[in-house]
Design a protein around this ligand. Sequence first.
Ligand SMILES: NC(=O)c1ccc[n+]([C@@H]2O[C@H](COP(=O)([O-])OP(=O)(O)OC[C@H]3O[C@@H](n4cnc5c(N)ncnc54)[C@H](O)[C@@H]3O)[C@@H](O)[C@H]2O)c1
Length: 270
Amino acid sequence: MYNLLKGKRGIIFGALNEHSIAWKVAERAHEEGATFVLTNAPIAMRMGALNTLAEKTGSQIIPADATSMEDLTNLVEKSMEILGGKIDFVLHSIGMSVNVRKGRHYTDSKYDFTTKGWDVSAVSFHKVMNVLYNKNAMNAWGSIVALTYMASQRVFPDYNDMADNKAYLESIARSFGYFFGRDQKVRVNTISQSPTPTTAGSGVKGFDGFIKYAEEMSPLGNATAADCADYTISMFSDLTKKVTLQNLFHDGGFSNVGVSDKVMDTFTED
Ligand SMILES: NC(=O)c1ccc[n+]([C@@H]2O[C@H](COP(=O)([O-])OP(=O)(O)OC[C@H]3O[C@@H](n4cnc5c(N)ncnc54)[C@H](O)[C@@H]3O)[C@@H](O)[C@H]2O)c1
């Protein structure tokens, strides 16, 4: 390993189980010498898997519902106490659509569900940055990353209202990132990841077909959760100091391919 995060302090949201992208990021951040606090919604902690990760990485856990300003304020204050100073990196790895969970079709959304999913998946990113910014909790040249998916730019019919939530999330990264950069020299980016077999990913209808299609379309194949962790670590490191306000595609090239030979072959007769 490269000691890319030696001496850096972080907060990692969204590790639910060993498949979670945030779980892999935590493991890699630990390998690279970082210390960090792990956090998730209190309800997600009932399964207890996070304790295993905390032990493995020597981290403490602070429960926080990412839609609660009170929980987030407590999280940021306690994290600085535990870690012994300001924060260098934050991962927002949170997504949930109630419409998807309850099987509502996009054309028949229930708007209480829409609002809740939007708050959890998108506005929570604004809330996290609001607390960090107003508490002046980030070190200069710190890095904040949220995870997103390309359904924010192109149509993927079964991604449902998560497409709209991701578009909003990516916009928040730019809008808040401007002020964070100007005032505190902190960078804010989103990483647009390949379909990945996690709890949230597998919740999308037709996920199996979807991930195979992406694999066949991408010249480098799908990026795995472990690949995403590597990329995220580079975004937390000092090697990417001047990258901000970007939506960074991490998808094996999928986003710039019109069609691949493999996909063409399935339509070509002879
Ligand atoms: N899996 C994919 O195919 C894929 C592709 C691109 C982007 N992403 C994004 O990656 C991120 C991580 O998802 P994942 O695939 O690792 O799945 P995951 O299910 O492991 O992680 C989602 C996390 O969100 C947390 N969460 C939900 N509500 C919360 C709340 N109110 N407060 C705090 N945390 C809450 C869950 O507890 C869980 O840990 C999400 O933003 C997701 O949209 C996933």
